[in-house]
Design a protein around this ligand. Structure first.
Ligand SMILES: Nc1ncnc2c1ncn2[C@@H]1O[C@H](COP(=O)(O)OP(=O)(O)OP(=O)(O)O)[C@@H](O)[C@H]1O
Ligand SMILES: [Mg+2]
Length: 233
């Protein structure tokens, strides 16, 4: 059996027989503000802190400093893991590389080269790409299904476990190409309950693993994420 990568969300790993099989490409999907980036960073932060794993967080929309500040607010002090977790703001890099980029070399080629070089040099095991819609935009994908198919194939060859942040709009039931291509989908939701907001998490799919399909309440107590109860069980 493949080794598992822990999400380090208290109570979640038990719901999928110990965690996510190593090498999987997993979507972290949800509407704006459902804590997709926080959940993704939380996985890297804790795997670095507890298991000494090297990680890469590629941000394409939110600035590096803004991420660090946000995560500190959630009790995750990046300075504790900065030798293991690299946060790279590729959106910023994109803005400043424009003039040097030759016509033949596409943004996607540069993105891949960057991730491959870092993989060789730092041997990171966990990768976050935040987010897929922005990657598509910057890469100028024309044939979405075909381009994503190749991109997911490239990620698997990279030999890391990947978390791709995906933004979903209104609670549509439409299934997208990436839902079929991914090995796993962790879906985040939020719901207004009177004055408060209740957050939920569900494992929609996790290939090669027996997992719960229940809808759980996701809490953050200022220090860590944890599941409370399955809704409707
Ligand atoms: N200190 C905190 N404690 C608990 N929750 C917080 C704290 N700071 C921010 N939040 C919540 O986190 C949310 C943002 O988290 P995050 O950036 O991870 O979400 P996201 O889904 O990635 O958002 P976006 O769609 O903008 O990328 C805020 O909307 C807020 O509800
Ligand atoms: Mg985000």
């Amino acid at each position: 059996m493949r080794e598992k990568v822990k999400t380090c969300i208290k109570g979640l790993d038990e719901q999928m027989t110990g965690g996510i099989p190593q090498g999987h490409v997993v979507l972290v999907s949800g509407m704006p503000g459902t804590m997709k980036s926080s959940v993704a960073y939380n996985i890297l932060f804790n795997n670095a802190l507890l298991e000494g794993k090297k990680c890469l967080y590629i941000s394409l929309e939110q600035g590096r400093e803004s991420i660090i500040e946000h995560m500190l607010g959630l009790g995750m002090d990046h300075t504790k893991v900065e030798t293991l977790v690299s946060i790279v703001d590729m959106g910023y890099l994109r803005l400043h590389m424009e003039e040097q980029t030759s016509e033949e070399q596409s943004w996607m080629d540069i993105f891949k080269m960057y991730a491959e070089n870092l993989r060789t040099n730092t041997e990171y095991e966990l990768l976050v790409i935040d987010s897929l819609p922005v990657l598509e935009l910057l890469a100028g994908m024309n044939d979405r299904r075909g381009d994503l198919f190749h991109f997911f194939g490239w990620l698997r060859e990279l030999g890391v476990t990947t978390f791709i942040v995906v933004e979903s709009s209104a609670d549509t039931i439409a299934v997208k190409d990436e839902d079929f291509l991914a090995d796993g989908i962790i879906r985040l939701k939020k719901e207004r309950q009177g004055y408060d907001i209740s957050r939920q998490i569900v494992i929609d799919k996790m290939r090669g693993t027996k997992h719960s399909t229940g809808l759980f309440t996701l809490l953050h107590d200022g220090k860590e994420f944890q599941l409370t109860r399955a809704i409707g069980q």
